[in-house]
Write a protein that binds this ligand. Structure first.
Ligand SMILES: [Zn+2]
Length: 383
């Protein structure tokens, strides 16, 4: 505001000199200042992602263009006494300033600045995480609640699912009754919604995502992504198994199926500072923490499907992720296994059924009426 006032004062004085000062330049400066004010309005700052992007555009692109068109540097040089103007010109001609205002440096700073700005780890915003936590409808921690049992859902592969509302039509019962969102795989397999979601997801992946149906039985549907050969095997109880090409080469055989190694990053916020501290201390001291112990802290032991896949699972200390330990947040590597039942393994290895709508001879469909989810949920549980 002060700079704008100074500019307008200078421009007003300059208008009466022989060269004058073009009115459009003053108008450009006023427009640039208004855009800056608009960008910094609290309303825009709290308007979510869209507001944030408007701030980017206004602060980073539109306002600077208007200010540059106003040529404030030229006005300053004209208004300064000759001696001071010479000092200023000397400064601007200095080598360090020359490097700084060179188009190449400007491009590096601009692109580099955007990179830093967008870098989650450098600018992890606790408010953003808090907002995410509050979005959960009365759930504990920052974890989304299961739409079937309301307990928190941990994003462990093979243990959870997310049924997006955009798969639904407004008249669907699932939409009307709120049967969508995050859920435990076990809850889905045991619920009456599994069969509904089986058909909806098959439709979504074949019609919208470009998957081709490789085989279909009464119990399963095998879909393949032509681009990379990834298989999605949908089971009638709603469970979905995705199997990347060659993933089974790392499989370890176990009773009733195989176990695939899984490793990814985990970020979650717990309720009590004492628990978080205990887990952090353990991670610092032993470099690891039992995954089952964490599942117990979250209170969802009984919601885990194929529990044997989590035996031996653990959080591992990761120095890079450790930097994100603020508040009650925990970030660590998590290592465990994913269980693939035998029937899914044999379906995934079926060859030559690319366009068939029935099981090719090589497959062994399970007997009609069998309930693989229930048999799997009786697996031995061990901490
Ligand atoms: Zn549940």
């Amino acid at each position: 505001m002060a700079a704008t006032a100074l500019y307008l004062h200078g421009a007003g004085r300059e208008r009466h000199t022989p060269g004058g000062w073009p009115l459009p330049r003053s108008i450009a400066l006023l427009a640039g200042s208004l855009l800056l004010i608009l960008a910094l309005l609290p309303r825009l700052a709290h308007a979510g992602l869209q507001g944030h992007m408007w701030q980017h555009l206004l602060l980073g692109m539109y306002a600077p263009i208007m200010i540059a068109l106003a040529m404030p540097g030229t006005l300053l040089l004209r208004r300064l006494p000759v001696r001071q103007a010479r000092v200023l010109v000397g400064l601007l001609a200095a080598r360090p300033v020359g490097i700084l205002i060179h188009p190449f440096t400007a491009a590096v700073l601009d692109i580099g600045g955007m990179y830093l700005w967008s870098h989650r780890r450098l600018f992890a915003d606790p408010c953003e995480y808090r907002e995410r936590q509050n979005r959960g409808r009365g759930n504990r921690m920052n974890l989304e609640p299961c739409f079937l049992c309301s307990l928190p859902v941990m994003e462990l592969e093979g243990q959870f699912d997310k049924m997006d509302s955009y798969y639904l039509l407004p008249e669907d019962d699932a939409y009307v009754q709120g049967a969508y969102g995050w859920c435990h795989a076990l809850c889905l397999a045991q619920s009456s919604w599994g069969a509904f979601w089986f058909t909806r997801r098959r439709k979504h992946f074949t019609e919208n995502m470009g998957y081709e149906q490789k085989a279909s039985t009464g119990e399963h549907c095998v879909l393949r992504r032509p681009r990379d050969g990834t298989l999605l095997i949908l089971r009638h109880d709603g469970l979905m198994f995705d199997i990347a090409p060659h993933a089974l080469s790392k499989a370890k055989s176990t009773e009733g199926g195989v176990l695939l190694p899984v490793e990814h990053e985990m970020n979650l916020e717990l309720d009590t500072a004492a628990t978080v501290q205990k887990i952090r201390d353990d991670l610092m001291k032993h470099k690891r923490y039992s995954l089952w112990a964490l599942i117990d802290e979250v209170g969802i032991r009984e919601r885990m499907l194929f529990p044997r896949a989590l035996e031996g699972g653990e959080l591992r200390l990761d120095k890079r992720l450790r930097r994100e330990w603020f508040g009650n947040w925990l970030s660590a590597k998590v290592v465990y296994e994913r269980f693939i039942p035998d029937e899914i393994v044999s379906l995934s290895q079926t060859k030559g059924g690319a366009s068939s709508s029935t099981m090719p001879g090589g497959g062994t469909p399970p007997p009609a009426g069998s309930s693989p989810a229930l048999s799997s949920s009786t697996c031995k549980r061990s901490p």
